[in-house]
Design a protein around this ligand. Structure first.
Ligand code: NAD
Ligand code: AHE
Ligand code: ZN
Length: 351
């Protein structure tokens, strides 16, 4: 069949809306009609040619919601009409990683997922393996629940699954965009006492406060030492947990070094440009700070995503105010411009 899609033909070039051919689902696969998709910073980073695994042409997009329209042979977990959220981190429940109980990084289809995240939600119809869709309740609106396909789950899950922040702890979040604001609301949900936000865009202070941030640091023009000193003053000597949601490797260092001596843990969420590396003095780790990372908030997609949709529908977490722009597919390039200008939190494309 034919489907309308926004295709990335070349790095750093605007996406082009074209009709593409799509084969029906093979054994173990499902075809999904995408109703809405968010635009995540990782899409921008891949489009800019900064992902070492990126290939062109490709159809990006990994934050979608839609309806199953057809299933291939042997598919048992979903049927036509089911509402689903595509998963760039699948959950096969059979590979070594899934069976370990220690990670959400299922390896069943990693080889193909790497290049474009395996979802291609910037297409009206897309085909995915059955293990890469989460069946969700059908009263959740597509234009908001799509954000659970990446940003919401990544931010909230970094707090609940990866850091496992406890009531009364002190956290600091670097980068108050589509991911960082979800870290903030996750920290509020689990009862953190102090939630410091750091951004270089002063407009992000009001955004952070809306979701539970207790203190704001404008990092623009400040040295690493200055930011660390401010965080230490606000957290009685250092954060129990810090989170990088910028993708900037200098910020990652600051985030580690503002953790409390002896136990503070820094979680890297941001995706850095190909070739970039992190650095710190080993003494930072010798003296008990921990450096960790998280993908998709440590969430096991088919198990955890339906629960997060419930959290949203029951009012435990917020999504609606973060969707700042809704655009038709034809205007998808504006979503990237808004993100680069710091004017959007999340833009959602409606089909
Ligand atoms: P975004 O553009 O919405 O937000 C980024 C925020 O960081 C902005 O508010 C920006 O002003 C701020 N920022 C930039 N430089 C800064 C600096 N030096 N100091 C402080 N703040 C700074 O992007 P997003 O969609 O929230 O994504 C954030 C990062 O998370 C990206 O690197 C993205 O690729 C990554 N990401 C990772 C995962 C994962 O599973 N690990 C999932 C989704 C996104
Ligand atoms: N391919 C890149 C890294 C990209 C990356 O880290 N992706 C995250 C998800 S970002 C979602 O917005 C991820 O899930 N990684 C796990 C994985 O297996 O890719 C690079 O640097 O090479
Ligand atoms: Zn993403």
């Amino acid at each position: 069949m034919k489907t309308r899609a926004a295709v990335a033909f070349e790095a750093k070039k605007p996406l082009e809306i074209v009709e593409v051919d799509l084969d029906g689902p093979k054994a173990g696969e499902v075809m999904v009609e995408i109703k809405a998709t968010g635009v995540c910073h990782t899409d921008a980073y891949t489009l800019d040619g900064l992902d070492s695994e990126g290939i062109f042409p490709s159809i990006l997009g990994h934050e979608g919601a839609g309806i199953v329209v057809e299933v291939g042979a042997g598919v048992t977990s979903v049927k036509p009409g089911d509402h689903v959220i595509p998963l760039y981190t699948p959950e096969c429940r059979q590979c070594k990683s899934c069976l370990s109980g220690k990670t959400n990084l299922c390896t069943a289809i990693r080889a193909t997922q790497g290049h474009y995240m395996g979802c291609s939600t910037f297409s009206n119809f897309t085909v995915l393996p059955e293990i890469a869709v989460a069946k969700v309740r059908d009263d959740a609106p597509f234009d908001t629940s799509c954000y659970i396909g990446c940003g919401v789950t990544t931010g909230v899950g970094a707090v609940t699954n990866t850091a496992k922040v406890q009531v009364g702890e002190k956290v600091v979040v670097f980068g108050l965009g589509g991911i960082g604001l979800n870290v903030i609301q996750g920290a509020r949900m689990v009862g953190a006492d102090v939630i410091v936000g750091v951004d270089i865009n002063p407009d992000r202070e009001a955004w952070g406060r809306k979701f539970g941030m207790t203190h704001f640091i404008n990092g623009a023009g400040k040295s690493r030492e200055d930011v660390i000193a401010e965080v230490l003053a606000l957290t009685d000597g250092g954060a129990d947990y810090s989170f990088d949601a910028t993708g900037n490797t200098e910020v990652m260092r600051t985030a580690l070094e503002c953790c409390h001596r002896g136990w503070g843990t820094s979680i890297i969420i941001g995706v850095a440009e190909a070739g970039k590396e992190i650095a710190t003095r080993p003494f930072q780790l010798v003296t008990g700070r921990n450096w960790r990372g998280t993908a998709f908030g440590g969430a096991k997609g088919r198990t955890d995503v339906p629960r997060i949709v419930d959290w949203y529908m029951n009012g435990k977490i917020e999504i609606d105010p973060m969707i700042t722009h809704r655009l038709p597919l034809e205007r998808i390039n504006e979503a990237f411009d808004l993100m680069h200008r710091g004017e959007s939190i999340r833009s959602v494309i409606l089909f």
